[in-house]
Design a protein around this ligand. Structure first.
Ligand code: AGP
Length: 607
């Protein structure tokens, strides 16, 4: 998704901008550009393709100490050099980069065309540059402020004026923007990773806030031009944490990190003495928690599947009716909000537009909405009524892996708390605690031998369609496994409850459509085995993920990925990790861009 970097200071701006844009690559983009102001001489360079290609065409003479840069992920207008940012007005005095979508851009554009403006791109963003230029009377921040009153939609903007070589105006409404405070240098960025090599002191802008930066100063204002005193915060993550750590791919590194990241999600949150947990960030008293009659979890993509695991745990163990809904559907269905329902929004990035808007809609109706997020200081944690960080550390690969297992960990702890407040006995509580504590070592056991998963992925990567089948707690894991394979290998895969295949999908089964069955040794194992037999009877190839020693499964399937025997409650962890590896190895075999799959963005900040 689009990214913004801005710089004012003593360094060569082009270098800082290109480095910042490189750090934003993980968000996904299709084109990039920078503009620097060299003593009143604006120089812009932009093109489709990767940052390294842009870097190759930036001349060494590209001087200037103030500048803005952008990675674009096309929304309005095709992927072309002209549509890449930065954009400028006719006089080429105003130049800007924009994240978000301007809904009324066409109306404004038509009016400006009548007034004589000509446009070089098809973007909604260029319209903003023309509008600022038409309202500019010598004060850049005033022109920007007047402009945003005319815009409908979402924007994170960084704006420069040719005649003011050491100033950038930033403004936020619905698209994140953060100010970095350095030593005689200031930064702007849509995401802290772009600037954290230079400073850890940041200010997060809220919606309808504007900032003016120069090398030595920053001033923040609301849209009524009232100056604001904003809190300076310290970024907790190290840049080192973002490096690949010896692995070839971020996704690979993030898969193997899971024993530690899962631990971080529950450490300090378990109370063995009380066989329960603590989640301080919920901001709820025990009396409030006991009065909850229903829980609804709202999210998108992988976070939605993690939410499904959460809802299953809460309903089956804490005995509170719980369900999961797609964030994109919640906003527009005029949801019914009831006072005794507690809502959770789940989001790795904390910036997913669908989830954010669903949260706002629920809050508008009076709901109490808690966040389960990874990125500290992102919009959802700041705007929710409380919540829990999953502490995964930066997740760079577009395909989410460690965030999923940490999100479900938070739901295990939440389930424990809610269940122990109700009927769950001390002994049953301890069983959950022990099960959770055993997960990191069980995963390490899986990691000791991943060759068989690699080998199976290699042999099956020639197939074009897959079914992923699981039941109970592992039904959502099957959906997540199918999503993982689709998004990074581009192999078509559908996830179903294995009980559902007889209601339609079994028609797809033949020797060219393999099925991947999740077969834990739980109460549904025998039923899953029956489903495997139904597929085998139709000449379908079957891979099973099964528990070591389950000879009956080994006899009826074509290939098995073995996992260690464990408490059935923990199988979602032990099933999902081999599925992540299966997708990863399939993508490697097919020579896909594992960390940045086509058409996808890490953080989906448009609806
Ligand atoms: C996961 O692999 C996906 N790339 C995607 O489905 C993602 O989970 C979804 O966009 C939600 O993102 P979030 O967790 O940052 O809100």
């Amino acid at each position: 998704m689009c990214g913004i970097v801005g710089y004012c200071g003593p360094k060569k701006a082009a270098d800082v901008l290109l480095e910042g844009l490189k750090r934003l690559e993980y968000r996904g983009y299709d084109s990039a550009g920078i503009c620097v102001n060299n003593m009143g001489n604006l120089r812009t360079i932009k093109r489709t393709g990767k940052i390294k290609d842009l870097r190759n065409i930036v001349p060494v003479t590209f001087e200037g100490h103030t500048g803005i840069g952008h990675t674009r992920w096309a929304t309005h207008g095709e992927v072309t050099d002209e549509n890449a940012h930065p954009h400028s007005d006719d006089s080429e005095k105003i130049v800007l980069v924009h994240n978000g979508i301007i809904e009324n851009y066409q109306t404004i554009k038509n009016k400006l065309i009548v007034e004589g403006h000509t446009f070089k791109s098809d973007t909604d963003s260029e319209v903003i540059a023309h509008l600022i230029a038409s309202l500019y009377t010598g004060n850049l921040e005033s022109a920007v402020k007047e402009t945003v009153f005319l815009l409908k939609g979402t924007y994170g903007l960084a704006v420069m004026h040719k005649d003011i070589p050491d100033k950038i105006v930033g403004v936020r409404n619905g698209s994140p923007l953060v100010v970095g405070i350095g030593d005689s240098e200031m930064f702007l960025a849509s995401d802290v990773t772009a600037i954290m090599a230079h400073t850890k002191q940041v200010i997060y802008l809220e919606d309808k806030e504007l900032v003016v930066i120069t090398p030595d100063s920053y001033k923040t204002f609301d849209f009524n031009e009232q100056e604001l005193q904003k809190k300076v915060e310290n970024i907790g993550w190290d840049l080192d944490q973002i490096e690949k750590d010896g692995y070839d791919y971020f996704m690979e590194k993030e898969i193997y990190e899971q024993p530690e990241s899962i631990l971080r999600a529950f450490v300090g949150r378990i109370d063995r003495e009380g066989a329960t947990g603590h989640l301080g960030g919920l901001n709820m008293t025990p009396a409030e928690l006991i009065n909850i009659k229903r829980i609804q979890i709202v999210a998108a993509g992988t976070s939605y599947y993690a939410g499904m695991v959460g809802a299953y745990l809460i309903e089956s163990i804490a005995r509170i009716p719980a369900s999961t809904e797609l964030a994109s559907e919640v906003r527009y269905k005029n949801p019914v909000v009831q006072p005794d329902t507690l809502y959770f929004v789940v989001s790795q990035s904390g910036e997913t537009a669908d989830t954010l808007y669903a949260m706002k809609e629920l809050q508008r109706k009076g709901a109490r909405v808690l966040g389960v997020c990874n990125v500290v200081g992102s919009t959802i944690p700041r705007k929710s009524d409380g919540g829990v960080y999953i502490h995964s550390g930066p997740e760079i690969a577009v395909a989410s892996t460690k965030a999923f297992t940490s999100q479900i960990t938070v739901f295990y702890v939440l389930t424990l708390i809610l269940a122990r407040m109700r009927h769950l006995s001390f002994e049953e509580g301890i069983r959950i605690v022990s099960a959770l504590e055993s997960v990191p070592d069980k995963l390490r056991e899986i990691f000791k031998d991943t060759n068989s998963i690699h080998d199976i992925a290699k042999r099956y990567s020639k197939y074009e369609n897959f079914l992923f089948l699981g039941r109970g707690l592992n039904y959502s894991v099957a959906l997540e496994g199918a999503l993982k394979l689709k998004e990074i290998s581009y192999i078509h895969a559908e996830g179903y409850s294995s009980a559902e295949i007889k209601h339609g999908p079994i028609a797809l089964i033949n020797e060219n459509t393999p099925s991947l069955f999740l077969v834990p040794d739980d109460n549904l194992r025998d039923k899953v085995i029956n489903n495997i037999k139904e597929v085998k009877a139709r000449k379908g190839k079957v891979i099973a993920i099964a528990v070591k020693g389950d000879d009956e499964v080994a006899k009826i399937v074509d290939d098995v990925i073995w996992i260690p025997s464990a408490d059935p409650l923990t199988y979602p962890y032990l099933m999902v990790v081999p599925l992540q590896l299966f997708a990863f190895y399939s993508a490697i075999e097919l020579k896909r861009d594992v960390d940045q799959p086509r058409n996808l963005a890490k953080s989906v900040t448009v609806e």
